[in-house]
Structures are given as structure tokens and as C-alpha cells.
Design a binder for this molecule. Structure first.
Ligand code: ADP
Length: 483
């Protein structure tokens, strides 16, 4: 079991599994932070843009007011020049910019930076402005904008006698939004930390039912197959627990049948030994015993040893067949010959009981089978048919085939098998009449072995019987064995 101290967040484990908790944390952070970062960036950009646009409109208005005053005062005719110049300088200072006044001859009459006075300015913007077209240009990289505003001569035809070229810095505005941006970034870092904590808490909370489920499964893994693993808050957990529950039920059944099998085996093996002990003890306790009685006891002991040995042999055959790697020695076998030989071997027992053995071969059958195992299965069926028969009864073995299967039917005129136990007849150690089985030296494993042999050949076995009226066991086995 994983100990508490070892628990840590590992995204990719050695076997490339992924930590669900870490995935939840990362997803929550991504879904929370990415939209927030995008949103704040968009808002910051649009605030920055609208501030610059507002500043450009403001500067343009101020330049137009100046232009109107210059028209009214007759600036280009030498009147009120000092007053207007000082207003122009003030405006340049207010917007941290530069104002250049260009007259009709494209000569610069005033430059608030005092570097270009009396020089010519024949820039495209100025030329267009003299044609009555205002211009406004923003340079984002260098953080300034430039505008041109015409100065009219005041005549009814509105002739243009000069141009104001205003350049203003946007650095102060950018600085302002940058300061807001810094605050937003700080806020985002704090929010990120808060979200990490919240996401981790959410992951722990969301995964708690899985942890509980895991601890219940750990109990089961430790062998407590009766632990209740059903239920759970999530439907997914319920589905998993249903599936695991079914597996556990099967495990339980296997465990129970194993226990039953072990106790049956012990019981079966103990019975002949107990009889031997009783016989031996009573023989020893008798003192002087006639040889005949001695021989009789020894014969009984020998019978019990045979019985014990048969049980062990049958058990070994069963265990061998139960192994998943149990192999069949498949070969082309003439089934008619196989059945005839089996009947020949069993004829003495049948004769002893005055039971007639009849073999009815409807057609000659050759099939891919394991000769030894099939012979064992047929022997068990015919032997049972003789053992559980009536005096002067009969056993009829019929062999038939179609294009796919061969059918072997073992019918008898015996005591029959009650309907209510027919389902259990192929179980290990199951006997209808324990005393009779014991009497006939049965191990209770014959039919279990027969069924295993048939299933290994991918065939089927069927019983039809009526109590007191005899039984019919039918085998259906494919002619061609397909692995
Ligand atoms: P056993 O060694 O006791 O014969 P089997 O597994 O061969 O064990 O058979 C199980 C039980 O099925 C027998 O004990 C018997 O009660 C019943 N049985 C099997 N074959 C027949 C049959 N042909 N007629 C009546 N009962 C049968």
C-alpha cells in the first residue's frame, strides 16, 4: 500500500501514467489565467489607444483655437505677433511638444525648439495643408504624433496664409498606462498564487471520493473480499465499483469453490484411510484369527487402497486438465475402433453385472482427437452406465456424425438421475447416492473429468434422464480440431 509520506505530485510517472490531481490543477489554472491575462492585456491596449486619441483631439482643438486667434490678430501681417508667439510656446510646453509656424513661402517663422527658424519646410503634410487638408499622424514606436492645422487669412474666400505644424509626445500617456499595467501584472501574480492554492484545494476536494474508493479497494486487495465497495458520489465511481464488484463476486465464487474442493478432497482421501485403519485395528484386536478371516480383511483393505489410488489418479487427471497449458495430443483417430476397444475392456465388468453392452455404429468416424483423453471420457460414461444399471440391463453406445461433428450417445436402462440434481451431476465429487457410488468404487470425479475432456475438444455434453428409467449422455465433438 502506498504510504502517506510517499505521496507527491508527479506528472509523468515512470510507467507514463498521469497524475489526475496535477492535471486538474493545471487545467483550472489554464482556464482561469489565460482568459484573465488576455482580457487585461486587451483592456490596457484599448485604454492606451483611447487616451492617445483623446490627446490628439485635444491638441488639434487647441491648435485650431490658436489658428483662429492668429487669423483674428493678423499674425502673418506683423500684428500681435509677440502675444501669439508666447501663446504658441505655452501650448508647446503644455503638451511637451513642438510647434512650428510656416508661412505662405514655406518658410518657418517660428519654431518653439528654435532650431529651424527661417528654414524652408516643404514637407508633404505642409503642402497638403496649404491645399486645405488637415493631417494627423501617430508614430507609435517613437511615442509622438504630428498634426498640421491651416491658418486662414480671414477673407471671405478663406485663403490660407500659413500652417501650424504641431508635434506632441505621447510618452507621458504611455507611462501612465504602463504604471497601470505594472499594477495589473502584480495583481495577476497575486491572483495566480491564490488560484494555485484554490485549484490545489479543489483538486483535493474533487478527488476525495476517488481516494476513498481506492482505500476500499486496498482493503479488498489485502484479502477482505467482503468489503463493500459499492456506491460513491460520482457516477464514474459507481460504474467502476459495479464492474469491480462483479469481478470480486467471481473471485469470491472461485475462492469458495476452491475451499469446497480442498475440503472435499481431504474428506474423500480420508474416507478409505479411515476404513483401512478400522479394518487393521479390528484385525489386530482379534488375537488368534483364522486365515480365511485374515484374508477377507486383507481383501477389504486392498479394495480401500484401490479406491484411494483411483481418487488420487482421477484428481491428478483433473488437475492436469485444469492447467491452462494443458495440452491435447491431437491426432487422426478412428473413433469406432476407440469405442470398440473401450467396450472390450469393460465387457468383463458388464458381464459380472449381467449388463448387455451394445455398440451401434451408424457410420465410420475419423476425427482429430486426443486418443487417451477421449478414451478416458468414454470409459467413464460406459462404466457409469454399467455401475448405475439394473440386473440384466443394457447399455447402448451409438456413434454417428455429420459434416462437422461426431455424436457419441451412451444410453442405459439404469436407475436414472433425478431431474433436480441433473444440473450438478458434472460437479467434482457430486454423487446422487453416496453409498452406491462408494459400493461401486467411484471417486465422484468421473463425470467432471469427462466434461473437461469434451470442453478441451471444443465439444459439448448433454444429459437426458428420468429417475428410474435410465439415462442418456450425448457427446458432440468437432471432427476437425481448431485450436
Ligand atoms: P462416481 O465415481 O461416483 O461414479 P461420477 O462423476 O462418474 O462419479 O458420477 C457422479 C454421480 O452421477 C454418480 O455418483 C452417480 O450418482 C451419478 N451417475 C453418473 N452416471 C450415471 C448413470 N449412467 N446413471 C445414473 N446415475 C449416474
Amino acid at each position: 500500500m502506498e504510504c502517506e509520506g510517499k505521496r507527491r505530485l508527479v506528472f509523468w510517472k515512470e510507467d507514463w501514467s498521469i497524475s489526475l490531481k496535477l492535471s486538474i490543477v493545471i487545467l483550472l489554472l489554464l482556464f482561469g489565467l489565460i482568459p484573465m491575462a488576455l482580457c487585461s492585456q486587451t483592456i490596457l491596449n484599448s485604454v492606451r489607444q483611447s487616451q492617445i486619441e483623446a490627446r490628439m483631439v485635444e491638441v488639434q482643438n487647441q491648435a485650431q483655437i490658436l489658428s483662429s486667434k492668429m487669423t483674428r490678430t493678423g499674425y502673418f501681417h506683423g500684428e500681435g505677433q509677440d502675444f501669439m508667439d508666447s501663446e504658441i510656446v505655452t501650448m508647446a510646453d503644455v503638451y511637451s511638444g513642438r510647434v512650428v509656424v510656416v508661412n505662405q513661402d514655406f518658410r518657418i517663422t517660428l519654431d518653439t525648439f528654435h532650431v529651424a527658424e527661417n528654414r524652408l519646410n516643404i514637407s508633404e503634410e505642409v503642402l497638403r495643408c496649404f491645399q486645405g487638408e488637415n493631417s494627423s499622424r501617430l508614430n507609435r514606436e517613437k511615442h509622438y504624433f504630428a498634426q498640421t492645422v491651416p491658418v486662414y487669412d480671414g477673407s471671405p474666400g478663406q485663403g490660407i496664409e500659413g500652417v501650424l505644424v504641431v508635434t506632441a509626445s505621447t510618452e507621458a500617456l504611455t507611462g501612465l498606462t504602463d504604471a497601470v499595467g505594472d499594477k495589473v501584472a502584480l495583481f495577476q501574480v497575486i491572483l495566480f498564487l491564490v488560484m494555485v492554492i484554490l485549484a490545489a484545494a479543489a483538486a483535493v476536494f474533487l478527488l476525495r471520493p476517488f481516494r476513498e474508493f481506492q482505500s476500499r479497494l486496498n482493503h479488498v486487495a489485502q484479502g477482505a473480499l467482503d468489503t463493500d465497495i459499492s456506491g460513491g458520489v460520482y457516477r464514474e465511481i459507481r460504474d467502476i465499483s459495479d464492474a469491480v464488484g462483479k469481478t470480486i463476486d467471481k473471485l469470491r465464487a472461485v475462492d469458495q469453490s476452491r475451499q469446497e474442493f480442498v475440503s472435499n478432497v481431504s474428506h474423500e482421501l480420508k474416507t478409505p484411510i479411515t476404513s483401512i485403519r478400522v479394518l487393521a485395528d479390528s484385525l489386530m484386536g482379534m488375537g488368534e484369527v483364522p486365515v480365511e478371516l485374515y484374508r477377507e480383511f486383507m481383501e477389504d483393505i486392498s479394495d480401500e487402497i484401490d479406491r484411494e489410488s483411483k481418487i488420487i489418479d482421477d484428481l491428478l487427471s483433473l488437475v492436469k486438465m485444469d492447467k491452462s497449458e494443458a495440452e491435447l495430443n491431437i491426432a487422426q483417430v478412428n473413433v469406432n475402433t476407440l469405442v470398440e476397444q473401450t467396450l472390450k475392456r469393460l465387457r468383463p465388468i458388464a458381464n459380472k453385472r449381467k449388463v448387455e453392452l451394445i455398440f451401434e455404429s451408424i457410420r465410420d468416424v475419423t476425427a482429430d482427437v486426443d486418443e487417451m483423453k477421449l478414451s478416458l471420457a468414454v470409459t467413464n460414461l460406459v462404466e457409469n452406465a454399467i455401475k448405475y444399471n439394473v440386473e440384466e440391463g443394457w447399455v447402448r453406445v451409438t456413434l454417428d456424425a455429420d459434416h462437422k461433428f461426431f455424436y457419441l450417445k451412451v444410453a442405459d436402462s439404469g436407475i436414472g438421475i433425478p431431474e433436480e440434481v441433473q444440473d450438478r451431476i458434472f460437479e467434482r465429487f457430486f454423487r446422487v447416492d453416496k453409498a452406491r457410488s462408494r459400493e461401486t468404487g467411484g471417486s465422484g470425479l468421473g463425470l467432471a473429468i469427462t466434461r473437461n475432456v469434451v470442453l478441451m475438444h471444443k465439444g459439448a455434453i448433454k444429459l437426458s434422464s428420468k429417475d428410474g428409467e435410465g439415462s442418456v449422455f450425448t457427446l458432440r465433438i468437432p471432427l476437425n480440431y481448431i485450436a
